[in-house]
Design a protein around this ligand. Structure first.
Ligand SMILES: NC(=O)C1=CN([C@@H]2O[C@H](COP(=O)(O)OP(=O)(O)OC[C@H]3O[C@@H](n4cnc5c(N)ncnc54)[C@H](O)[C@@H]3O)[C@@H](O)[C@H]2O)C=CC1
Ligand SMILES: O=C(O)[C@@H]1CCC=N1
Length: 263
């Protein structure tokens, strides 16, 4: 996810007082930035001080390690944070209070829940601030994530729900596409043809939804000729219990965030 945010931030139209400093675990990942003038990369595998060096002088520190690693990384960097530097975690199920307990009180903590379309500037990110995150801090964090898409500010008690909808949401869409392609293949299309038809349709429909600004129900109506073929397929799909399926899927997602928060 950190890489997706970085890709978005590096887009030519985005202006940042740089360079951006990143750390990765592996030296090979860091080496990918050799020669870049907009990114400095350090690898914790070869430089045990990597994270501490990286945060020195930074106004905003974005943590994108696995949820169960966030606290250890915060303990590692806490003493090197600039006074007032904003600490942003994108980790699922890691509470603001648990992070605030590990950094100086002068460092505002913000939780962000982005998603992978950030890599092409079409991300959706929910943000929630802790006790020291005043309006200026939230504006700054909003501005960072707006460089890679759209931003919704929420209270922290809604961030697990944001994760369930938009954070994980791309995976639901990709699962739909996988199933759609598989169904096309079962109708007799070879792999290439099934992908062209099914993936092309999903990509085209998503672009139409975005560019038209129309309600999806209206766009569906325009495809569904009365007494036509679409109507028959939609009736079958609607009989599949999607509301219950989605409710259960999102509830399972939120449950997992709660488990992660409980440790
Ligand atoms: N993948 C997604 O779509 C989303 C992920 N997230 C959150 O993003 C976080 C990362 O998830 P993924 O990107 O899926 O995992 P990932 O495993 O792809 O990335 C983790 C990164 O952390 C780096 N890393 C590991 N230990 C490190 C250390 N000690 N110091 C510096 N860097 C270190 C690794 O090199 C790797 O690049 C998680 O907390 C997850 O909850 C949030 C929203 C969406
Ligand atoms: O699967 C996960 O835990 C992360 C959080 C949201 C999307 N990916």
């Amino acid at each position: 996810m950190g890489g997706a945010i970085l890709e978005g931030l590096r887009a030519p139209e985005v202006r940042i007082d740089g360079p951006i400093t990143v750390t990765t675990r592996s030296a090979a990942s860091a080496a990918a930035f050799d020669g870049a003038d907009d990114v400095r990369a350090f690898a914790s595998e070869t430089d045990p001080e990597a994270n501490r060096i990286a945060v020195r002088g930074a106004r905003i520190v974005i943590l994108a390690v696995k949820p169960w690693m966030i606290h250890d990384v915060l303990r590692e960097i806490a003493g090197d944070l600039e006074p007032g530097a904003i600490v942003v975690s994108v980790a699922a199920g890691t509470t603001i209070a648990s992070m605030e307990a590990l950094v100086p009180a002068v460092n505002p903590v913000v939780r962000a829940m982005p998603n992978t379309p950030s890599v092409i500037g079409k991300g959706v990110t929910g943000i929630a601030g802790g006790v020291a995150a005043d309006a200026e801090v939230m504006d700054t964090v909003r501005a960072v994530f707006e460089t890679v898409g759209r931003v919704l500010a929420v209270d922290e008690d809604r961030i697990n729900a944001v994760a369930a909808v938009s954070g994980s949401g791309p995976a639901y869409l990709f699962l739909f596409v996988e199933e759609f392609v598989a169904a096309a293949k079962r109708l007799g299309f070879d792999d290439d043809a099934a992908k062209l038809l099914a993936e092309g349709t999903v990509a085209g429909a998503a672009a139409l939804l975005e560019s038209s600004g129309e309600d999806p129900a209206e766009l569906r109506r325009r495809v569904t000729s009365p007494k036509g073929t679409t109507e028959q397929a939609v009736l079958v799909l609607q009989s599949g219990g999607w509301a219950d399926l989605f409710d259960r899927a999102l509830a399972a997602n939120i449950r997992r965030s709660e488990e992660l928060a409980a440790g």
